[in-house]
Design a protein around this ligand. Structure first.
Ligand SMILES: [Zn+2]
Ligand SMILES: [Zn+2]
Length: 244
């Protein structure tokens, strides 16, 4: 239902995260080839074991052109949630400079806590003005009060990610992903469907994520990366970026 309309993949890795295997150029060329208009490059924040140094992020916008092969490259990060307060592994000054900020829990940076602790972290992240997307948050280890937080995501304009990669490598997340999506539908919170690609051929390929959304009759207008005008409006209002 949504596949033909999706024009952006907003969570992808390059070999700067060393458990991914394609260069930025290979990713962008492939994105152009399959007709995407926007590609966010979101390598892991510097505290992940496979991550680039923070200089990589400082240098990203000055080195990588805005548009390559006709694709608008959003120069961003998948920042690590480091604790139960929602602390991230790049400071505000650097996050502010980046064009797309996904935030995720990874086990190597923060051990799983309690539902209350994760809820606290996500509520603080909802209020963090530099955060755009709540990344793969369906992990049973990092369970949180979905309804309370999803209402906060709506209040503060956050996007919730439906992550294709979770259907393969984080299978325990699948049930929770559907529950999160149902609550996004109930509270009218926009989602982005992402590949979380670790190799270029995975870019723009989200069959399981889309099938899950179809199964719960998720409203197409809430899939932000299938709606160019709403996505452009989001970038303009929140990031000062004009999509051409
Ligand atoms: Zn991740
Ligand atoms: Zn990722």
């Amino acid at each position: 239902m949504y596949k033909h309309q999706i024009f952006a993949d907003t969570h992808t890795h390059t070999l700067a995260s060393t458990h991914a295997y394609s260069t930025l150029t290979e990713n962008v060329r492939y994105a152009a080839q399959i007709g995407l208009k926007v590609l966010a490059v979101t390598d892991h924040g510097p505290k992940n074991k496979d991550a680039p140094h923070e200089w990589y992020f400082r240098n990203l916008k000055t080195s990588v052109p805005e548009v390559l092969e006709g694709v608008r490259v959003l120069r961003g990060v998948e920042a690590n949630i480091m604790d139960y307060e929602g602390t991230l592994d790049l400071d505000d000054k650097m996050l502010k400079e980046l064009e797309w900020v996904v935030v995720s829990y990874h086990h190597c940076n923060c051990t799983a806590g309690t539902l209350e602790q994760h809820t606290n972290a996500y509520l603080n992240l909802a209020k963090n003005p530099w955060v755009d997307v709540i990344g793969h948050s369906g992990s049973p280890d990092y369970i949180y009060d979905y309804e309370t937080c999803i209402k906060a995501f709506r209040e503060f304009g956050k996007l919730v990610e439906i992550n294709q990669h979770s259907f393969h490598v984080r299978k325990a997340n699948i049930k929770n992903c559907a529950e999160i999506a149902k609550l996004c539908k109930k509270h009218q919170v926009p989602v982005v469907v992402n590949s979380d690609a670790h190799f270029y051929t995975q870019i723009g390929d989200f069959p399981d994520a889309l099938a899950m959304l179809e199964e719960i009759s998720f409203p197409p207008e809430l899939v932000l990366n299938s709606n160019f005008d709403r996505f452009a409006e989001y970038l303009k209002m929140r990031k000062g970026i004009v999509l051409k």
